[in-house]
Design a protein around this ligand. Structure first.
Ligand SMILES: Nc1ncnc2c1ncn2[C@@H]1O[C@H](COP(=O)(O)OP(=O)(O)OP(=O)(O)O)[C@@H](O)[C@H]1O
Ligand SMILES: [Mg+2]
Length: 245
Protein backbone atom coordinates (compact mmCIF):
# COMPACT_ATOMS: atom_id res chain seq x y z
CA UNK A 1 0.00 0.00 0.00
CA UNK A 2 1.49 3.39 -1.00
CA UNK A 3 1.20 6.49 1.23
CA UNK A 4 -1.42 7.73 -1.28
CA UNK A 5 -3.57 4.62 -0.81
CA UNK A 6 -3.31 4.89 2.97
CA UNK A 7 -4.25 8.57 2.82
CA UNK A 8 -7.20 7.97 0.48
CA UNK A 9 -8.52 5.19 2.67
CA UNK A 10 -8.21 7.42 5.71
CA UNK A 11 -9.88 10.45 4.13
CA UNK A 12 -12.90 8.46 2.97
CA UNK A 13 -13.25 6.97 6.44
CA UNK A 14 -13.03 10.38 8.11
CA UNK A 15 -15.62 11.84 5.72
CA UNK A 16 -18.06 9.06 6.58
CA UNK A 17 -17.42 9.70 10.28
CA UNK A 18 -18.31 13.36 9.78
CA UNK A 19 -14.86 14.76 10.60
CA UNK A 20 -13.95 17.95 8.74
CA UNK A 21 -11.84 17.09 5.66
CA UNK A 22 -8.40 18.67 5.56
CA UNK A 23 -6.03 20.16 3.00
CA UNK A 24 -3.68 17.24 2.46
CA UNK A 25 0.00 17.49 1.60
CA UNK A 26 -0.29 14.07 -0.03
CA UNK A 27 1.98 12.69 2.70
CA UNK A 28 0.17 10.98 5.56
CA UNK A 29 3.20 11.39 7.83
CA UNK A 30 3.45 15.13 7.14
CA UNK A 31 -0.31 15.71 7.57
CA UNK A 32 -0.21 13.78 10.82
CA UNK A 33 2.62 15.94 12.17
CA UNK A 34 0.65 19.04 11.12
CA UNK A 35 -2.07 18.50 13.70
CA UNK A 36 -3.92 16.20 11.28
CA UNK A 37 -3.91 18.84 8.52
CA UNK A 38 -5.43 22.26 7.90
CA UNK A 39 -9.25 21.95 7.96
CA UNK A 40 -11.17 23.01 4.85
CA UNK A 41 -12.74 26.45 5.26
CA UNK A 42 -9.63 27.85 6.98
CA UNK A 43 -7.51 30.86 6.22
CA UNK A 44 -3.88 29.72 6.50
CA UNK A 45 -0.70 31.75 6.65
CA UNK A 46 2.49 30.02 5.46
CA UNK A 47 5.40 32.11 6.65
CA UNK A 48 9.16 31.80 6.25
CA UNK A 49 12.34 33.30 4.87
CA UNK A 50 13.54 32.81 1.30
CA UNK A 51 14.44 29.18 0.59
CA UNK A 52 12.70 27.89 3.74
CA UNK A 53 10.30 25.66 1.77
CA UNK A 54 7.12 27.75 1.47
CA UNK A 55 6.60 27.03 -2.23
CA UNK A 56 7.44 23.33 -1.93
CA UNK A 57 4.91 22.96 0.93
CA UNK A 58 2.32 24.96 -1.04
CA UNK A 59 2.89 22.82 -4.14
CA UNK A 60 2.50 19.61 -2.13
CA UNK A 61 -0.75 20.90 -0.62
CA UNK A 62 -1.98 21.96 -4.07
CA UNK A 63 -1.23 18.56 -5.56
CA UNK A 64 -2.72 16.70 -2.58
CA UNK A 65 -5.92 18.76 -2.92
CA UNK A 66 -6.12 18.21 -6.70
CA UNK A 67 -5.77 14.47 -6.13
CA UNK A 68 -8.71 14.63 -3.75
CA UNK A 69 -10.86 16.26 -6.45
CA UNK A 70 -10.89 19.90 -5.33
CA UNK A 71 -10.84 22.83 -7.76
CA UNK A 72 -8.00 25.26 -7.21
CA UNK A 73 -6.81 28.71 -8.22
CA UNK A 74 -3.19 29.73 -7.70
CA UNK A 75 -2.19 33.39 -7.70
CA UNK A 76 1.57 33.49 -8.09
CA UNK A 77 4.24 36.18 -8.13
CA UNK A 78 6.98 33.53 -8.51
CA UNK A 79 6.06 31.40 -11.51
CA UNK A 80 4.65 31.32 -15.00
CA UNK A 81 2.47 28.32 -15.85
CA UNK A 82 5.43 26.75 -17.65
CA UNK A 83 7.91 27.25 -14.79
CA UNK A 84 5.35 25.97 -12.29
CA UNK A 85 4.86 22.78 -14.32
CA UNK A 86 8.65 22.25 -14.46
CA UNK A 87 9.17 23.02 -10.76
CA UNK A 88 6.38 20.69 -9.67
CA UNK A 89 7.59 17.96 -12.05
CA UNK A 90 10.98 18.15 -10.29
CA UNK A 91 9.11 17.07 -7.14
CA UNK A 92 7.18 14.34 -9.04
CA UNK A 93 4.01 16.43 -8.84
CA UNK A 94 2.36 16.39 -12.26
CA UNK A 95 -0.24 19.11 -12.82
CA UNK A 96 -0.59 19.12 -16.62
CA UNK A 97 -3.82 17.13 -16.75
CA UNK A 98 -5.34 19.18 -13.92
CA UNK A 99 -4.58 22.34 -15.92
CA UNK A 100 -6.08 20.82 -19.09
CA UNK A 101 -9.22 19.75 -17.20
CA UNK A 102 -9.59 23.23 -15.67
CA UNK A 103 -9.20 21.82 -12.15
CA UNK A 104 -6.25 24.15 -11.60
CA UNK A 105 -6.14 27.75 -12.78
CA UNK A 106 -2.92 29.73 -12.49
CA UNK A 107 -2.87 33.52 -12.42
CA UNK A 108 0.39 35.50 -12.38
CA UNK A 109 0.24 38.47 -9.99
CA UNK A 110 1.36 41.49 -12.01
CA UNK A 111 2.95 43.48 -9.24
CA UNK A 112 4.06 46.44 -11.39
CA UNK A 113 0.63 46.76 -12.95
CA UNK A 114 -1.33 46.51 -9.69
CA UNK A 115 0.90 48.83 -7.60
CA UNK A 116 -0.77 49.68 -4.26
CA UNK A 117 -4.14 48.37 -5.50
CA UNK A 118 -2.98 44.73 -5.15
CA UNK A 119 -4.88 43.75 -1.95
CA UNK A 120 -8.19 45.09 -3.30
CA UNK A 121 -7.63 43.63 -6.79
CA UNK A 122 -6.66 40.21 -5.43
CA UNK A 123 -9.72 40.01 -3.18
CA UNK A 124 -11.95 40.95 -6.12
CA UNK A 125 -10.26 38.23 -8.21
CA UNK A 126 -10.88 35.67 -5.43
CA UNK A 127 -14.58 36.61 -5.37
CA UNK A 128 -14.76 36.07 -9.13
CA UNK A 129 -13.31 32.55 -8.71
CA UNK A 130 -16.59 31.46 -7.16
CA UNK A 131 -16.36 27.87 -8.48
CA UNK A 132 -12.98 27.25 -6.78
CA UNK A 133 -12.83 25.31 -3.50
CA UNK A 134 -9.35 26.53 -2.65
CA UNK A 135 -7.24 29.56 -3.39
CA UNK A 136 -3.46 29.58 -2.98
CA UNK A 137 -1.33 32.75 -3.04
CA UNK A 138 2.47 32.35 -3.47
CA UNK A 139 3.53 34.87 -2.49
CA UNK A 140 1.71 37.94 -1.25
CA UNK A 141 4.86 39.74 -0.05
CA UNK A 142 5.95 41.61 -3.17
CA UNK A 143 2.35 42.28 -4.22
CA UNK A 144 1.54 44.23 -1.05
CA UNK A 145 4.94 45.92 -0.65
CA UNK A 146 3.48 49.33 -1.55
CA UNK A 147 0.09 48.89 0.11
CA UNK A 148 -1.13 50.55 3.30
CA UNK A 149 -1.45 48.67 6.58
CA UNK A 150 -5.20 49.25 6.42
CA UNK A 151 -5.54 47.73 2.92
CA UNK A 152 -3.47 44.68 3.88
CA UNK A 153 -5.54 44.00 7.01
CA UNK A 154 -8.77 44.50 5.00
CA UNK A 155 -7.46 41.96 2.50
CA UNK A 156 -6.97 39.33 5.23
CA UNK A 157 -10.37 40.15 6.76
CA UNK A 158 -11.93 39.81 3.29
CA UNK A 159 -10.22 36.41 2.89
CA UNK A 160 -11.62 35.41 6.27
CA UNK A 161 -15.16 36.26 5.12
CA UNK A 162 -14.69 34.13 1.98
CA UNK A 163 -13.53 31.26 4.22
CA UNK A 164 -16.64 31.68 6.39
CA UNK A 165 -18.60 31.08 3.17
CA UNK A 166 -16.77 27.77 2.68
CA UNK A 167 -13.69 28.74 0.71
CA UNK A 168 -10.22 27.56 1.80
CA UNK A 169 -7.43 30.12 1.35
CA UNK A 170 -3.68 29.65 1.89
CA UNK A 171 -1.42 32.69 1.72
CA UNK A 172 2.40 32.60 1.58
CA UNK A 173 4.22 35.50 3.20
CA UNK A 174 7.94 36.13 3.66
CA UNK A 175 9.10 36.63 7.24
CA UNK A 176 10.43 40.17 7.63
CA UNK A 177 8.59 41.15 4.43
CA UNK A 178 6.19 43.30 6.44
CA UNK A 179 6.48 45.15 9.75
CA UNK A 180 6.45 43.03 12.89
CA UNK A 181 3.29 44.72 14.15
CA UNK A 182 1.43 44.00 10.90
CA UNK A 183 2.66 40.39 10.79
CA UNK A 184 1.40 39.77 14.35
CA UNK A 185 -2.02 41.16 13.43
CA UNK A 186 -2.16 39.04 10.27
CA UNK A 187 -1.25 35.89 12.25
CA UNK A 188 -4.07 36.55 14.70
CA UNK A 189 -6.63 36.93 11.87
CA UNK A 190 -5.61 33.63 10.26
CA UNK A 191 -7.05 30.30 11.44
CA UNK A 192 -3.82 28.43 10.82
CA UNK A 193 -0.19 29.52 10.91
CA UNK A 194 2.61 27.36 9.54
CA UNK A 195 6.12 28.71 10.06
CA UNK A 196 9.07 27.44 8.04
CA UNK A 197 12.65 28.08 9.11
CA UNK A 198 16.19 27.12 8.27
CA UNK A 199 17.91 26.49 11.61
CA UNK A 200 21.33 25.45 12.75
CA UNK A 201 20.99 22.26 14.79
CA UNK A 202 24.35 20.98 15.97
CA UNK A 203 26.60 21.67 12.98
CA UNK A 204 23.88 21.17 10.37
CA UNK A 205 21.50 23.55 8.62
CA UNK A 206 18.08 21.99 8.91
CA UNK A 207 14.71 23.07 7.57
CA UNK A 208 11.87 23.02 10.09
CA UNK A 209 8.10 23.32 9.88
CA UNK A 210 6.35 24.60 12.98
CA UNK A 211 2.60 24.35 13.26
CA UNK A 212 2.06 27.42 15.39
CA UNK A 213 -1.72 27.18 15.35
CA UNK A 214 -4.57 25.41 13.61
CA UNK A 215 -8.10 26.24 14.73
CA UNK A 216 -10.18 23.07 14.67
CA UNK A 217 -7.13 20.82 14.44
CA UNK A 218 -7.66 17.11 14.76
CA UNK A 219 -4.57 16.59 16.89
CA UNK A 220 -2.19 18.56 19.10
CA UNK A 221 -0.42 21.42 17.33
CA UNK A 222 2.79 23.27 18.23
CA UNK A 223 4.91 20.48 16.78
CA UNK A 224 8.18 21.23 15.05
CA UNK A 225 9.10 18.86 12.24
CA UNK A 226 12.52 18.74 10.57
CA UNK A 227 12.56 18.03 6.88
CA UNK A 228 14.66 18.13 3.74
CA UNK A 229 13.58 18.72 0.14
CA UNK A 230 14.56 15.78 -2.00
CA UNK A 231 14.54 15.93 -5.82
CA UNK A 232 11.81 13.71 -7.25
CA UNK A 233 10.14 13.35 -3.87
CA UNK A 234 9.54 16.69 -2.08
CA UNK A 235 9.47 17.21 1.68
CA UNK A 236 10.90 14.27 3.54
CA UNK A 237 10.68 14.25 7.34
CA UNK A 238 14.03 13.72 9.06
CA UNK A 239 13.94 11.88 12.38
CA UNK A 240 15.25 14.11 15.18
CA UNK A 241 18.02 11.58 16.02
CA UNK A 242 19.39 11.98 12.47
CA UNK A 243 19.19 15.80 12.75
CA UNK A 244 21.24 15.82 15.94
CA UNK A 245 23.65 13.33 14.37
N1 LIG B 1 12.93 19.71 -7.02
C1 LIG B 1 13.72 20.06 -6.04
N2 LIG B 1 14.75 19.26 -5.69
C2 LIG B 1 15.56 19.57 -4.66
N3 LIG B 1 15.45 20.70 -3.93
C3 LIG B 1 14.46 21.53 -4.26
C4 LIG B 1 13.53 21.27 -5.31
N4 LIG B 1 12.64 22.27 -5.37
C5 LIG B 1 13.01 23.15 -4.40
N5 LIG B 1 14.09 22.70 -3.75
C6 LIG B 1 14.79 23.35 -2.62
O1 LIG B 1 13.90 23.42 -1.53
C7 LIG B 1 14.17 24.59 -0.77
C8 LIG B 1 12.88 25.35 -0.56
O2 LIG B 1 12.48 25.93 -1.79
P1 LIG B 1 11.19 26.81 -1.91
O3 LIG B 1 11.11 27.28 -3.31
O4 LIG B 1 10.02 26.08 -1.36
O5 LIG B 1 11.53 28.03 -0.93
P2 LIG B 1 10.64 29.30 -0.59
O6 LIG B 1 10.47 29.35 0.89
O7 LIG B 1 9.42 29.30 -1.43
O8 LIG B 1 11.64 30.47 -1.05
P3 LIG B 1 11.30 31.92 -1.72
O9 LIG B 1 10.85 32.78 -0.59
O10 LIG B 1 12.60 32.35 -2.26
O11 LIG B 1 10.24 31.73 -2.76
C9 LIG B 1 15.23 25.37 -1.52
O12 LIG B 1 16.47 25.12 -0.90
C10 LIG B 1 15.18 24.80 -2.91
O13 LIG B 1 16.42 24.87 -3.53
MG1 LIG C 1 8.70 30.45 -2.99
Amino acid sequence: MTPWDIKSALVSKLDVDGTIPVVSTGSYELDNRMGGGVPLGSLTLIEGASGAGKSVLTQQMMHGSLQEGYKLALFTSENTVRSLITQMQSLSLDIVHYLLLGKLRVYPIEVGHLADEAPVALLEAFRNESDRDMIFVDSLTTAVGRSSLRDILSYFEGCKRLCADGRTILVVLHSHGLSQELTIRIRSICDAHLRLRTEEIGQKLVKTLEVTKIRGADKKTGNIVSFEVEPGWGMRIIPISKVRG
